[in-house]
Design a binder for this molecule. Structure first.
Ligand code: GLN
Length: 285
């Protein structure tokens, strides 16, 4: 044990954060202290007079130093809430963004009335999208791929954590190469890397430095992943099925034209809550 109380320890971190201009110093300090001391938010309050164990105090200090150089809380904690579920992260996974919940919501809605839908998630990362869909639809099955084995390990862990592992197959490989030729799907989702390589330098540091480059970099024009996905999507979709892709705010027109040319009779660009183009939806009719 140290002679520093838990409540004193996190307030010291808060003061350091405040002094260095971090936006939400108190919230960040509390969250990191919860993680370091293994306490939930209630216990952090209840036990604030207890002495902090020395090793946990050291962990908190290391967390604080990482935050002070700009690392996001979710990255330090190794987890992020998405669609009301907690997802484990690692170095090969993007931190799931709230905007991406739109893909989950529209995906689930599109499967309404289907008895045992089969869903493909290309480039699944932490598995946030497919695990959320399977969690919401107990009769659905899923197939998810990622080029990074390490990402699939996180997806597997998350599928187990949320009780959908028995309904989810995971396979390593780039785009369609990981998907057996015989498989057809009712819903195909992806949040692929879509930032144009030259634009990566302009992203905020917490994305540019701390999110995996492979999950962001969409090639010279940001569209490489969509070209790869478009190459087979139309023939892998069951009648009545839907392709839902997250896109960058300025890619609606290009990506929808690309999927129109790739054999889809109906292609739509959908906006997010901020009014920006966010999703391309493609179907056969
Ligand atoms: N939405 C991410 C961002 O913060 C990009 C994710 C992606 O490329 N799929 O810019």
């Amino acid at each position: 044990m140290s002679d520093v109380a838990i409540g004193v320890a996190w307030r010291q971190v808060r003061d350091r954060f405040r002094a260095s201009g971090i936006d939400t110093p108190e919230l960040d300090a509390r969250l990191l202290a919860q993680k370091a001391f293994g306490l939930d938010s209630m216990a952090l309050v209840r036990r604030e007079r207890e002495p902090a164990p020395a090793d946990q105090l050291k962990t908190l200090d290391q967390f604080a130093q990482r935050r002070l150089v700009g690392e996001p809380i979710s990255r330090i904690a190794g987890e992020q809430e998405f669609w009301g579920l907690n997802f484990a992260l690692n170095d090969s996974t993007l931190v799931p963004r709230p905007e991406t919940e739109q893909l989950v919501e529209e995906g689930i809605a599109s499967l309404d009335g289907k008895r045992s839908p089969y869903v493909l998630d290309l480039g699944t990362g932490s598995g946030a999208i497919i695990v959320s869909i399977l969690d919401a639809l107990p009769k659905a099955k899923g197939f998810a791929t990622d080029i990074a084995e390490e990402a699939l390990a996180a997806a597997r862990q998350n599928a187990e954590r949320h009780g959908v592992a028995a309904r989810l197959q995971l396979k390593a490989g780039p785009w369609w190469q990981a998907v057996p030729h015989t498989e057809m799907f009712d819903l195909i989702v992806a949040n692929p890397p879509y930032i144009a390589t030259p634009a990566i330098a302009e992203l905020p540091a917490e994305v540019r430095v701390f999110d995996p480059r492979a999950a962001l970099d969409g090639g010279w024009d940001g569209l490489e992943a969509y070209r790869a996905i478009a190459a087979q999507a139309a023939r892998r979709l069951n009648p009545g099925g839907l392709v839902l892709l997250e896109i960058g705010y300025n890619q609606g027109e290009t990506v929808s034209r690309m999927f129109g040319r790739a054999g889809f009779g109906r292609v739509e660009v959908r906006k997010d809550l901020a009014g920006l183009d966010r999703v391309v939806a493609a179907s056969h009719s």
